[in-house]
Design a protein. Sequence first.
Length: 140
Amino acid sequence: MQFKKIVPYKIKRLIPMLGLAGATLAAPSCEKEPIPTRDEFLVFDQYNFLTVEQIQQAAAPSDVHTVYLVPRFLWNNFSANTISVFANKLQEWIDASPKARGQGDFNFALGEASKVPEDSLRIVRNGWTINAYRQDPWQH
């Protein structure tokens, strides 16, 4: 059996060692602070459409997180054929920037969007809703 001799450290050696250990644990990290971001809202209606350039310009600043494309007013005069053409225009706007996203509701005439399900699904997939806020005229 072998005994090891334990040599106690002097207090004046222990204090600097503890300070050095604490300083290495409290070293600042190399992570960058997150940059605050904001959202842009571009409003359009059936008489004032957006352009691809407007969307790209709104999405260009680095602090912009999302560009929301928001419809306003009534859309109930759109037929199924018009909705189909309009869905292509909306897709063009979404493709203009990876930051672009739809928000809001299109209140098409009841039953018209269901005549073109592939186009209405494309509209919904991009973030808009269709007739979400319509009430049944028979309910009071």
